[in-house]
Design a protein around this ligand. Structure first.
Ligand code: FE2
Ligand code: FE2
Length: 182
């Protein structure tokens, strides 16, 4: 399978700087995340995600870190060269929609949350951070096929798959903690 690399976008240049990543354990993956996106993780807007439950007992902030770690792990297992910085930043920002989708909101109903939150997350992320084309694609397409248009780069596919795996694991872990029979 071949992947199109977005090299340029209208409002600036963007180059995918791809290398094979080797992170043998959780600590080294976490260190790589901190080295590439430490300032994101300590930003007020990302920290605000801690207030929003996502899957079961897991909040949006922790979920985003899990997805970044899982994406790195998948890239390593598949021996893919990746733009690690863009992948990490895109993964950390992919769910920056900043509301609790479990709470009914008559003014802005969240009924179609699954379909529309990627666009909302992208809008919020672009307001607070300078994003390159890869990062935008990761955020915009992470719910494919719900978002209809497929990702155009391997980093987006990795985050899309990692997001699904993490969601299942988080729900399962939360159900286990609650004692729900599986
Ligand atoms: Fe999402
Ligand atoms: Fe997610």
């Amino acid at each position: 399978m071949s992947f199109k690399v977005p090299v340029k976008e209208k409002n600036g240049t963007m180059k995918a700087n791809r290398k094979r990543v080797i992170c043998q354990d959780h600590e080294s993956r976490h260190a790589l995340i901190m080295a590439n996106a430490g300032s994101l993780l300590t930003s007020a807007v990302l920290l605000a995600e801690k207030a929003f439950p996502h899957h079961g007992a897991v909040n949006c902030y922790d979920h985003s870190i899990f997805v970044a770690e899982k994406s790195l792990l998948l890239a390593q297992k598949l021996r893919l060269k990746i733009d690690a910085r863009s992948l990490i930043r895109g993964a950390l920002l992919h769910d920056l929609y900043l509301y609790d989708w479990h709470i009914p909101d008559p003014e802005h109903p969240h009924r179609l949350h699954g379909f529309f939150h990627p666009a909302r997350a992208l809008r919020n992320a672009a307001q607070h951070f300078e994003l390159n084309a890869l990062e935008k694609d990761i955020i915009r397409k992470h719910m494919f096929p719900l978002t209809i248009i497929p990702p155009v780069c391997r980093e987006s596919w990795l985050v899309c798959v990692a997001d699904t795996i993490c969601a299942v694991q988080e729900w399962a872990r939360s159900a286990h903690v609650r004692g729900v029979p599986r």
